[in-house]
Design a protein around this ligand. Structure first.
Ligand code: 3SL
Length: 232
C-alpha cells in the first residue's frame, strides 16, 4: 500500500527523499489557492518563480506578472497573490508568472520528486483522486512561513490524509498529527485558525475574505502539475 507523509516546512526537505514519489506542494494562504483559482479560470500555464526580478522579466514574453512579499502586492507587478485577483477579469488563454514569499519556493524545492502537484483546500478532492490513481507514495510539502511550521498547510495535509485513508498508509507521526489536527479543526476551520500567525497577519492587512475563500473545499477540479518550469 502506498503511504502519505508530510514535510512541515521546505527547511526540512533535506530529511526527505522524494525520489519516485509525488510531492504535493501547498500554501493554502494564499499562493497555491491563487494558482488553482487562476488555472481554473482560464490561465493556461503558470511559471512559479523565486525572485522578483526574474518574475518581472517574463513580462517581455507576454506574461501577466504577479508578486507578493510579506502579504503585499509588490510594486510594478500586474497582480498580487489574492485568489480574487484571478476571478476579477477574463484571463482565458493568459500566461502567468508569479513569485511569492513561501509558496513558489516550496514548489521549486519539491522538484526532486517524480511529479509535483499543487494542492489547496479548493482542489483537495481532485488531488486525492489524482494520487490515488497514480498509486505512488505521496509527500505533502507545506510552504510554512520563512522556514517555520504553519497550521493551515498542516490542516490541508490532514484533509488529504483523510481523503486517502484506506488506500494509503497513514503510518508516520507527521501524517497522524496532521490528520488529528484536521479532525479537530474541521467543524470550524476559520475559528480554529483565528489565532494562527498568517491569518492574523492577513487580518492586519484587512484580508479576511481571502482566508474564507481559501478554506473552501472542492471548489475546483483542476490539479496543476509541474512540467519543467511551468504549472499546467
Ligand atoms: O508566502 C506566500 O507564498 C504567500 O502565499 C503569502 S500571502 O498569503 O500572500 O501573504
Amino acid at each position: 500500500m502506498p503511504s502519505i507523509d508530510v514535510c512541515f516546512s521546505p527547511a526540512l526537505l533535506p530529511l526527505y527523499d522524494l525520489t519516485g514519489k509525488i510531492a504535493v506542494a501547498v500554501d493554502v494562504l494564499r499562493a497555491t489557492s491563487s494558482m488553482v483559482t487562476a488555472l481554473a479560470n482560464g490561465v493556461t500555464h503558470i511559471a512559479p518563480v523565486s525572485e522578483l526580478e526574474a518574475c518581472l522579466a517574463y513580462r517581455n514574453q507576454g506574461y501577466l506578472v504577479a508578486a507578493e512579499r510579506d502579504g503585499i502586492k509588490a510594486d510594478g507587478f500586474d497582480l498580487g497573490n489574492s485568489p480574487f485577483h484571478y476571478l476579477d477579469d477574463d484571463y482565458t488563454g493568459r500566461l502567468l508568472a508569479i513569485t511569492t514569499t513561501n509558496g513558489t519556493q516550496a514548489i521549486r524545492q519539491s522538484r526532486t520528486a517524480d511529479e509535483v502537484l499543487i494542492g489547496a483546500f479548493l482542489n483537495v478532492g481532485a488531488v486525492a483522486e489524482y494520487v490515488r490513481r497514480a498509486g505512488k507514495d505521496v509527500v505533502v510539502v507545506c510552504a510554512g512561513w520563512k522556514g517555520l511550521f504553519n497550521l493551515e498547510d498542516t490542516l490541508f495535509a490532514g484533509a488529504l490524509a483523510e481523503r486517502l485513508q484506506g488506500d494509503f498508509a497513514l503510518n508516520n507521526d507527521a501524517t497522524l498529527a496532521a490528520f488529528h489536527l484536521y479532525q479537530a479543526a474541521k467543524p470550524d476551520m476559520l475559528g480554529f485558525l483565528s489565532k494562527s500567525s498568517h491569518v492574523q497577519r492577513l487580518e492586519r492587512l484587512h484580508i479576511l475574505k481571502d482566508t474564507e475563500f481559501c478554506l473552501q473545499e472542492d471548489t475546483y477540479t483542476v490539479v496543476p502539475v509541474l512540467k519543467g518550469d511551468f504549472l499546467v
